[in-house]
Design a protein around this ligand. Structure first.
Ligand code: GLN
Length: 455
């Protein structure tokens, strides 16, 4: 009730939610009953959860921020949602996002932007700005997001929250409306690293419904966070600072908070070394070919027959005319831009020059990570180059928007886990700053431990 009240007070201004559940209190009451009846429930039982609208739910609409899916009701729950319900979490509502998770500001939502609770004139990051803003504004204690090129970590950075992109394959993508299948990963957005660990413990693990889901058994991320809170694991830990990500375009206050956090780690026993990842400078370019290519293919399913919006020109038309009219009306400008880019990059004659080259760059970036991790335990960088920018500032400049992802994209291209942890406010504008840590694939626990040690 407290969270519903809080949503009632602030969400008119913040607009973190696209839909608020009308039966959250009934679900909560039911969990209370089960607990009184002596049922053993997990640590998060009864805790409200905000869910990014990219994740399908049977009891609330799932739009992925698009007119194409306005009012769409899924016949099944995403695996992460089903697991959250089974653990007794209480779905509170669906959070706003850039349309089909394309963006870094949540301004590409078809249903209006979300605002940053720290400064309502600024963006909450994207694409998962709704989840991050809900957590930052105390509308929800925990949220789920999805991260294809930074959509969990960058919103966490600009809202002073914790965001984790797990190892690719650690968390099921089943029921996460696909953006780029080789990059998408679901993860937690929370106020503390321990909270994130508790939530990852609920959602991680093999899912036969996702063919890229890993069959590993995972350690408890909450336990790793608790070890970090006790200060364990820092003695002798080698932290690699990626010099290639400190070059141009990092705001001075972002850099100074980053350096302070490193100094703190060093004081507590970690060793800071500089490492080079020479191909990271091509990561944004490669990503913005691979992502549109995969997205153009994934979004082909929105054909006006199987899902969502259907527009019939002059009350009829051929299959092609209905499809064209529906896609014209249902998709926003950024989605259209990427479908066109992706279709072009994949077309015969251009495939090798664009998509093929981007895949080769992806391999080189994976090798940069492998070389770096041969010498260090974790890598560190600022989570994003700047603090929250102003609404509309980059809306008409797609390149400027894309460049904001420079620090987060490499982890997605390599499938390695990344965490953003708040490290204070930038002195020049008083806005939140995050530090990003990355670890080798499957070493998510290391990130929770190092991240929590800063809290
Ligand atoms: N900002 C990136 C993009 O626009 C990240 C998106 C995401 O992680 N879903 O593609």
């Amino acid at each position: 009730q407290a969270h519903l009240d809080r949503i009632g007070v602030v969400d008119g201004a913040v607009h973190a939610f696209l839909h608020v559940s009308d039966h959250a209190l009934d679900v909560a009451a039911d969990i209370d009953k089960r607990r009184s009846a002596g049922e053993q429930l997990g640590e998060l039982a009864g805790v409200p959860l905000a869910i990014k609208d990219v994740l399908v739910t049977t009891d609330m609409p799932s739009t992925s921020g698009s007119r194409m899916l306005e009012g769409y009701m899924s016949p099944f729950d995403a695996t992460v949602v089903a697991r959250s319900r089974a653990a007794g979490l209480v779905p509170l509502g669906k959070t706003n996002m850039d349309e089909f998770a394309m963006g870094s500001s949540t301004e590409h939502s078809a249903f209006g932007p979300t605002r940053n609770p720290w400064d309502l004139e600024r963006i909450p990051g994207g694409s998962g700005g709704g989840s991050a803003a809900a957590v930052a504004a105390f509308e929800a204690p925990l949220a789920l997001g999805s991260d294809t090129g930074g959509s969990i970590r960058q919103p966490a950075h600009v809202t002073g929250t914790v965001g984790v992109k797990p190892t690719y394959g650690a968390v099921s993508r089943y029921g996460s409306i696909a953006l780029a299948s080789s990059l998408d990963q679901v993860g937690p957005v929370t106020r503390t690293v321990l909270d994130a660990g508790l939530l990852q413990d609920v959602i991680q693990g093999h899912d036969p419904y996702d063919s890229t889901s890993l069959t590993d058994s995972w350690p408890s991320m909450a336990d790793a966070a608790r070890a970090g809170l006790r200060g364990e694991g820092l003695a002798g830990l080698k932290v690699g600072v990626i010099s290639d990500l400190l070059g141009s375009g990092i705001q001075s206050g972002v850099l100074s908070r980053f350096r302070e956090a490193l100094a703190l780690l060093e004081k507590n026993g970690a060793e800071i070394v500089e490492v080079s990842a020479p191909h990271f400078e091509y990561a944004v370019a490669a990503y913005y070919l691979i992502l549109p290519a995969e997205a153009s293919s994934n979004l082909a399913r929105f054909d006006s027959v199987r899902f969502g919006l259907r527009v019939e020109p002059d009350g009829g038309g051929t299959v092609e005319q209905v499809m064209a009219a529906s896609r014209e009306a249902g998709f926003g400008p950024e989605v259209k831009r990427r479908i066109i880019l992706g279709t072009y990059a994949l077309s015969a004659g251009y495939y090798d020059a664009y998509y093929g080259s981007a895949q080769k760059v992806r391999t080189l970036i994976q090798r940069d990570f492998a070389n770096a991790f041969a010498n260090v335990d974790v890598l560190a960088s600022p989570s994003a180059p700047t603090t929250a920018f102003k609404l509309a500032e980059k809306l008409d400049d797609p390149m400027a928007m894309y460049l904001n992802d420079v620090t987060t994209i490499p982890a997605n291209l390599a499938g390695v886990p990344g965490i953003s942890v708040p490290v204070g406010l930038a002195p020049e504008d008083g806005l939140p700053v995050g530090i990003q840590f990355m670890a080798p694939a499957r070493e998510d626990a290391r990130l929770y431990q190092v991240g929590a040690s800063l809290e």
